[in-house]
Design a protein around this ligand. Structure first.
Ligand code: SF4
Ligand code: SF4
Ligand code: SF4
Length: 189
């Protein structure tokens, strides 16, 4: 039977509401919402989210009417949400860690020390491979220091995506304008 697109969208929203929203991509998708949509379409297993772990698998199994499975070890291991830490003595201020951070949890100006805002860090680890001097490490959160809530992560990620899309369009428009200018003969010549 063909999928009902409206029902499918509702399913994806209900599934997405259960996901941790770290946007870590460990499930193999570019974020929580794409994984939720694939689950709603029945295309993927429900055991691919290490941040959600065993508790999430039970919730997904109940929602989807599927059997629970052990967490897929290929996606990673379940554990406490960690916090990124930047070694101030090593950071060269290159800013390469900023674009991959899904919640804009890293602050700093070019050529100056960057630092992580603990209240915004989802523990996704996406900043680690971006750093050319390997000065970012993941560390346990202090006792009583909780990771940001999923709803906050989702909102900040949506803002991050929107801002980057606006910047991409602005750059494309500027480039097109420059190309047009380069092709236009100078007036009066
Ligand atoms: S938290 Fe990570 S692994 Fe879980 S659904 Fe979101 S992006 Fe995928
Ligand atoms: S600081 Fe690093 S670990 Fe924390 S949310 Fe940003 S990219 Fe993820
Ligand atoms: S990528 Fe590494 S060196 Fe560059 S600003 Fe970020 S933490 Fe500092």
């Amino acid at each position: 039977m063909p999928l009902n697109p409206a029902a499918n969208a509702a399913d994806a929203a209900a599934i997405d509401a259960l996901l941790p929203q770290t946007q870590c991509t460990r499930c193999g998708y570019q974020g929580c919402r794409p994984y939720a949509e694939a689950l709603a379409r029945g295309e993927v297993a429900l055991n691919r989210c290490p941040p959600g772990g065993a508790a999430l698998i039970v919730q997904l199994a109940t929602l989807l009417g599927r059997a629970p499975l052990p967490l897929d070890a290929d996606c990673g291991r379940e554990g406490p949400t960690l916090l990124a830490f930047i070694d101030a003595a090593v950071c060269i201020g290159c800013a390469r860690c900023l674009p991959p951070c899904p919640t804009d949890a890293i602050v700093g100006a070019p050529n100056l020390l960057h630092t992580v805002v603990p209240q915004l860090c989802t523990g996704c680890e996406l900043c680690l491979p971006a750093c050319p001097v390997d000065c970012i490490t993941m560390q346990p959160r202090a006792t009583g220091d909780t990771a940001p809530a999923a709803a906050d992560n989702r909102q900040r990620y949506q803002q991050h995506v929107t801002r980057h899309e606006q910047q991409r369009r602005s750059r494309a428009a500027l480039l097109a304008e420059r190309k047009r200018g380069a092709r236009t003969p100078e007036s009066g010549s």
